[in-house]
Design a protein. Sequence first.
Lengths: 790, 164
Amino acid sequence: MTDDKVTIEVDGKTLEARKGQMLIEVTDANDIYVPRFCYHEKLTVAANCRMCLVEVEKAPKPLPACATPVMEGMKVQTKSEYARNAQKSVMEFLLINHPLDCPICDQGGECELQDLAMGYGSDVSRYQEKKRVVQDKNIGPLVQTEMTRCIHCTRCVRFGEEIAGLRELGATGRSEYMEIGTYVEKSMVSELSGNVIDVCPVGALTSKPFRFSARTWEMSQQSGIAPHDGLGSNIHFHIKQDVVKRVVPAQNESINEVWISDRDRFSYEGLYSEQRLSSPMVKQDGKWKPVDWSVAFDMVSNNLKESVSADPKSIAALVSPSSSTEEAFLLQKIVRGLGSHNIDHRIHQGDFSDQENDPVYPWLGQDIAEIENLDAALLIGANPRKQQPLLNLRLRKAALKGAAISALNSIEYDFNYQLANNIVVSPLAMVGELAAILKALAEKTGKNQDLPGFINKIEINSTHRAIADQLVSVKTTSVLAGNAFSSHPEYSSLRFLASKIAELSSSTFGFLGEFANETGCWLTGAVPHRMVAGQHSAQIGLNAISMFENPLKTYLLFNIDPLCDTWNGSLAMNSLEQAESVIAFSAFRTPSLDKVATVYLPISIYAENEGSLINVQGTSQSFASCVSPQGEARPGWKVLRVLANHLQLEKFEYEDVTGLNKEVNDLIGNVSPNNKAQYREAVLNKPSDNAVARVTDTCMNSLDVLVRHAESLQQTQDISDGKVHLNQTLANKIGLENGASVLIEQSESSLNLDYAIDNRLPENTILIHAAHPDTAGLGAWYENVSIRKA
Amino acid sequence: MTQETKQLSEHAREEIDSWIKKYPEDQKQSAILAALREVQHENKGYLTPELMDAVAEYLDMPKIAVYEIASFYSMLETTKVGKHSISICTNISCMLSGSDEIVEYTEKKLGIKTGESTADGKFFLKQEEECLAACCGGPMMMVDHVYYENLTPEKIDKILDELD
Ligand code: SF4
Ligand code: FES
Ligand code: FES
């Protein structure tokens, strides 16, 4: 026997255990059930509920299995009369103050207290006295409280402190008066707050949007993939009568462990938005009319045929990077089949100047689970906490283990761990800052070949040196590019520098990924310069911006709101307004589509859809349709297949999504990603003095068309507010006082907007959130602007 | 200094700093009880959410952690109370020597129930849960941190009437 193993006996069975393990871990691993409330495998041990009491030989009293470390030769009885009596007594105490209101409790049927009361409670309560009652608290739009039901296990409190990294709930008061809550009335703002619903063993914390809408036993459970970030968290849909009633996490240790973000948990509400498109529609004389699918298909195929005969290159398609791999594949196949290469999914990108050197697909550079083993990392243009919440959870684990995580951003984001270094500069200074880190690294390592000439002129300070030192002094390191990196107007230069930094410091170079299926879009050739499996295309089509620079004849928009989902909303809207036909494959009617589209083809989305998504680590995950599409909507792949048939395109004989998926997988199966390429050398643009630069940030709950239609998420703080954000200094400079509004001018347009003081911003920088209909028409995401008091 | 910590007076900050020094450098939150006691003292005997937030900020703790502590300890008040804090012990020894009558008398005299403050904001009749460790002198009470033993109604009158 090795030193770290011990042998114990539980209920007469001999078991092997690791030294220091808690008894409950050993019994769990061996399928011996010990009742529990406060113990949770992902949280620290609190041992406050006492439900797990067991009999341990020679111990003078029953011991809690969750807090009793195993010892050599330990003899344990979990079901002896002694143990059962202890467990039953605890149960009786726990029920003393519990309201026993299971018939009106949403947790009924999946309640740990209910289950254990069945097994360990007695049928009649001996307790006749008054029960305590606790006032409910309003803790925001997502989590419903019913605090009289709370059994004070503190799982929710520990979740906040240990996992979410934001202590919002606490146990205030004491003894009979102890209560779980926020103490002062306020909403939970953690992007992971919904997980307290799952960890709460009773019905004290339940889902607010789901409230009273179904009983747990009436619902069936089906698997799905969350479509709002590049992780593809595994989820379960709970469905009653063909309606998704709620979404809960499914365990996948290599992706989301046992958690999901609030965005992934509550976006299902978007499925039932009144804005859902339920039948094909065509615009006649400026009015929208529902039509049959056949009429719509005829019209669309005629439009396309006409465009082809005029000039195939007058067709362009923009596909949302949240679409399935199959949808992206078929759409590019149609566009290319018609003779055009104008297809793109890079809707949040503004600089395509070095696309020639793009990797086959930008990926995380490592497995998701490996992130927690990093010893140091440099985040560039990244706000992982809100944009990749479950990846951030791994970064946080690394930080708590001592990893030096540094960040370079244009907004001082709120991290829920201590950053080793934090540089916040205007977007105009990003290239210079990154170059300074590179220079510090070159000095440190002595590897200074192949660096751009301007490096000599760059000044470096102690922060740049500290970042460089941290990246070379430890073993496992990564340079991680976030959403604002990829949408930066000097993306190519940043990419060159980041990749060099990674090379010189022997770090992995990774992209955090913004949407659910960027990888799938890249691999299926939904880009103008690459074909399926990343093969270089001889002809290069127009990209997500250039397709709107001059109006074309026909546009295909797949899952896109052209105003809110593009890097330059006014440019896109302008060209679309002038186009002859704009064919919108959409799950929703949106004001901007109403305005510019000529045909609506309703497609199913999310739980209604079928296909696969490929995440940032390159894992393809399939999902089946779990509920019927709304109205006449059909899965996108079917709509595209039928359209291809109407167009008499060849090789579109797909019978089912599995066959299609197989073809795609065969084509892309053995592509392996590599972010380290010979990128075009960075250039340093000298920012003009005193220029005010605009930054654009996508709020987590405004990311895509589905979340934007999810009602409860739209009541959280994490949505676009349509205001100009600026810091106090800048506000003073232009003489803003209460109540005034700001006139902001960009090259293409100007707007009068309300402002918000936001001191997270660096000098001479203003922030406008992406995807707000009031501001999206302003123009490019990044540009110098002029602002003054209106 | 942030907007929040400005709530703390200079004296309070000095006092808290002197406590922080007593603990290891990375554990300044150990000064929480001393900090709350001081801040409560300066604020006429009770804490407000704003003051607790300021302390949280000052000691770099989550706000809720400060609320937890403030609401746990009975010597910290989290709602507005009268200027003079009166705790009459009702634990066993005091009860056996007649604390019930003392409580009754005081309640009647002040016209409030235990746990309440007088309308003029002068007196706060605190609910005392614990033995105040002066059992040999029961019945006893503590008024503004000063102990008074072997109480009688006359003594109560004298003590309370002399307070301003
Ligand atoms: S609210 Fe739920 S999770 Fe939190 S302490 Fe109470 S019972 Fe436990
Ligand atoms: S589960 Fe062991 S004490 Fe709660
Ligand atoms: S019982 Fe009153 S002081 Fe001890």
